[in-house]
Design a protein around this ligand. Structure first.
Ligand code: IMP
Length: 183
């Protein structure tokens, strides 16, 4: 299925049904891995809000949920200049932290967040991301433990992810149609 957002064409990449199934499996894995612990899920706003909402419903162990908001300076994504818009609201000392991301692209945002969280001396830090673009990752990040889908290096939108602020409400995930650059 093709759709248009802000005059750009996108086509279907991952259906919500697949997302639901994968999320259920990740939830089961988390229940096993964190049995007898009380992890703190940290959702990274804005993009992770739908994934975290669906994921947490699959988690049956005792857990807490909080959010952070991160942004790049000067409106430029992946510029490496990252700041916390909404800081950590909880004391994470000696806690098991699970960062929940919508997508890991270059990994710059995640690196920044892991470093910030580590300053509080949690007992463990793991990352659960719905999407990963392995080819874009600038450095290996050992904390990435749970991955929904590995996707090609293409811009995606939907299920929390936006294009110019739009499309977060879409149930499925779409990829931008390739347009050969004009010379
Ligand atoms: P990173 O710091 O390069 O890993 O980028 C992570 C952030 O960039 C994500 O949390 C998203 O906000 C944004 N981003 C990266 N790739 C995409 C994409 O394909 N669609 C929408 N947002 C993206």
């Amino acid at each position: 299925m093709n759709i248009q957002i802000d005059n750009k064409d996108f086509n279907l990449l991952i259906e919500y049904d697949q997302i639901k199934k994968r999320t259920r499996l990740i939830g089961i894995q988390l229940n096993v891995d964190y049995d007898n612990r009380v992890p703190v899920f940290i959702g990274v706003l804005n993009g992770s809000f739908l994934f975290l909402a669906d994921l947490i419903k699959e988690v049956t162990i005792s857990s807490e949920v909080t959010f952070v908001k991160v942004s790049s300076y000067e409106g430029e994504k992946n510029s490496g200049k990252i700041k916390l818009e909404l800081g950590l609201q909880m004391d994470l000392k000696d806690r098991d932290v699970i960062i929940v991301e919508d997508i890991v692209d270059t990994g710059a945002t995640l690196r920044f967040l892991i470093d910030k969280i580590s300053e509080q001396h949690p007992s463990s830090v793991a990352v659960c991301t719905l999407l990963l673009k392995p080819k874009m990752l600038k450095e290996a990040i050992k904390e990435i433990t749970y991955v929904g889908f590995e996707i090609p290096d293409e811009f995606v939108v939907g299920y929390g992810l936006d294009y110019n602020g739009l499309g977060r409400n879409l149930k499925d995930i779409y990829r931008a149609e390739y347009v050969p650059s004009e010379t």
